[in-house]
Design a protein around this ligand. Structure first.
Ligand code: M6R
Length: 618
């Protein structure tokens, strides 16, 4: 969603906030701004501009050259209410500009609050829900409450999910203060030496500190130059543990690559090493993080795998493994549907949540639903301290390192690995039949070779580049596959669509003939994925049918001698491994295809239009 940064200390607040916002820009990039408290006292200076930071806010700061400041807040926006423009950009201020607020999330009752405040004489300037907040705080400041008390009081009127940072002007006496609020949307406090930070994401703080406090839901943080105090939603002062983050600052930099996305694609073999480290035994998967699920798994009669977007696609690919290795029905569910679908849930239903960020609103709503129905829960996430990591009974981290590009890449393939390992681990508690045992043995035996195969694929991108050149000239592309290959096709089409803006559809190959084949005409690109021996002949017929209608066929296979390769226009060969592991390699190949196509079409790869990395609203 949006990114928040706050700073108080001896450095230049402008510089710290600017650096933090650049690191959070992947969360939203339609406008950005900051509010600064001048060291010499006087009014808060607000500078905000539409557009990406380098095109809007950065030149804005140079033009307006704000006074030196030791405290301030900043924001990079992904619009939910009100068009992206200078006025709707955050921060928003109260009537006389004495205090400023940045906000991530949605205020659901903004309309009623706005009407009430306007009737009281407050003057609004923008179209955004956020603007009610500074006016509400102003209302209580005027009754004599201090900034913290007024923010606490104002928060009791706000409905919705939000994280806030609030700052007000100072008389130059060095008593600046920042207030942070966490209600559903993430907010962390960074602790440096004589300096303190607020941020919606650890990435913003990495150049300055690795000591962080992840605020609990409902918490308030009060930061001054001298220190910080934390309060729970009832206003009681509370203690929260300081956690040390082990990500290094370089991991969140582009490191000479033109885009984060290609850097993150190339990092995958190493990410797989990290994801598998210590988790692959000679005859079993070892996940000591699963402290609760193994003890209840023999009472489980069904499994739901829940996620959104790419994380949902990982769930789709993992579903058959859960079904076969646990011997009970498993379903992959889209979180935004599941939460309102009135699912049958109870203590005999294991629910596995998949989320890179661990903050996706729909996924977290399903977690609440499952927990209130008494279901055992497992979270798979990349972000330590995220809401999912803290809310699920068991959590397994993907260990992919920070992923900045909006398009998920290394987190998808590591999710696939972790899901398979969880299915192996839980299945071993119940005992395997011969077929399941053979699948698990193949996975355990071949998994350590996977990173090498990833490097091999990354070293041989000529065909992928040729296919990308072909795709770049089209506006519609089909992805077809069966079983695990259909799951891979779903992710392949999403990746292409979101970063190259080419319309792409994934179909189960056998379903094409029931309608969609009507759209195949001369030259239309069809990416056909065929990596499962028992389905190879069936795929061959489906590819023949598409080719007969004029389709331009790119076959993705693990068998260069696949007979279908003879009729394909291009063949992308992925290294051959255990069937369960193949979606990881196909995923990598299709990410490269989407990336190169988007680059050829000159698209803003890391920041596709209308998207945000983490979707913390419904
Ligand atoms: O953080 P999450 O994995 O929960 O995010 C869910 C989706 O928004 C996400 O997977 C999205 O589809 C991808 N970034 C697209 O590449």
């Amino acid at each position: 969603m949006c990114g928040i940064v706050g700073y108080i200390g001896d450095r230049s607040a402008t510089e710290v906030i600017m650096e933090g916002l650049r690191r959070l820009e992947y969360r939203g990039y339609d406008s950005a701004g900051m509010a600064l408290v001048p060291r010499s006292g006087g009014s808060i200076q607000v500078i905000k501009r539409q557009g990406e930071i380098d095109k809007g806010l950065a030149p804005g700061i140079r033009e307006e050259s704000p006074d030196p400041s030791a405290a301030g807040i900043g924001h990079t926006r992904w619009a939910t209410h009100g068009r992206p423009n200078d006025i709707n950009a955050h921060p928003h201020t109260d009537c006389d500009g004495g205090l400023a607020v940045v906000h991530n999330g949605i205020i659901e009752n903004y309309f009623e609050l706005g009407r009430e405040l306007r009737n009281e004489g407050h003057v609004f300037r923008s179209d955004v829900d956020t603007e009610v907040i500074p006016h509400l705080v102003e209302r209580y400041r005027k009754t004599g409450l201090d900034l913290l008390e007024a923010t606490m009081k104002a928060s009791t009127y706000l409905r919705g999910a939000y994280a806030l940072a609030v700052v007000e002007s100072d008389d130059g006496s060095g008593n600046e203060a920042l207030v942070g609020v966490r209600k559903e949307s993430p907010l962390i406090v960074g602790i440096g030496e004589g300096e303190y930070f607020l941020a919606s994401d650890i990435a913003a703080l990495l150049p300055y500190t690795r000591d962080v406090i992840i605020l609990e839901n409902g918490d308030f943080a009060f930061l001054t130059r001298e220190g910080y105090r934390l309060y729970d939603q009832g206003g009681e002062e509370v203690h929260r543990e300081v956690e040390r983050v082990d990500w290094d600052a370089d991991a969140a930099e582009r490191g000479g690559h033109p885009h984060f996305m290609i850097k993150e694609i190339l990092e995958q073999p190493e990410a797989w090493v990290a994801a598998l480290q210590g988790r692959v035994g000679s005859d079993r998967a070892q996940l000591p993080e699963l402290k609760n699920a193994p003890s209840v798994v023999d009472g489980i009669s069904q499994v739901h795998l829940v996620g959104c977007g790419t994380s949902y696609h990982a769930a789709v690919a993992a579903r058959p493994q859960f079904e076969r290795l646990l011997g009970i029905p498993a379903r992959a569910e889209i979180a935004s549907e599941f939460r309102y679908g009135d699912p049958l849930l109870g203590p005999d239903t294991l629910v596995v949540f998949v989320s890179q960020s661990g903050e996706t609103a729909d996924t977290l709503a399903c977690l609440d639903l499952a927990k209130s129905a008494g279901c055992p829960t497992i979270g798979i996430t990349n972000v330590v301290g995220s809401s999912l990591a803290r809310g699920a009974d068991d959590v397994v981290f993907t260990r992919a390192g920070p992923e900045i590009s909006v398009a998920s890449t290394k987190t998808y393939t590591t999710q696939l690995l972790i899901l398979d390992l969880i299915a192996c681990h839980l299945g071993s508690v119940l005992g395997f039949d011969d077929d399941a045992r053979a699948r698990v043995d193949a996975l355990l035996e071949r998994a350590p070779d996977l990173p090498g195969m990833g490097w091999e694929l990354l070293d041989n991108q000529e065909v992928i580049l040729r296919v990308a050149e072909y795709l770049a000239g089209w506006e519609d592309v089909f992805f077809i596959g069966r079983g695990l290959d259909f799951a891979a096709a779903m992710e392949g089409q999403l990746k292409l669509k979101e970063i190259s803006y080419i319309h792409a559809e994934a179909y189960p190959a056998g379903e094409l003939k029931h309608g969609s084949i009507a759209l195949i005409e001369q030259g239309i690109p069809v990416i056909a994925i065929s990596t499962q021996d028992h389905l190879r002949e069936k795929m061959a017929s489906n590819v023949e049918a598409a080719r007969a209608r004029g389709g331009w066929i790119c076959l993705v296979t693990d068998r260069p001698d696949d007979s279908t390769a003879q009729i394909a226009d291009e063949v992308i060969v992925v290294p051959r491994t255990a069937e369960i592991l193949t979606p990881v390699l196909v995923g990598l190949a299709l990410q490269l295809l989407a990336y190169h196509t988007a680059v050829l079409r000159d698209c803003p790869v890391d920041k596709p239009r209308n998207l945000a990395k983490s979707v913390t609203v419904e």
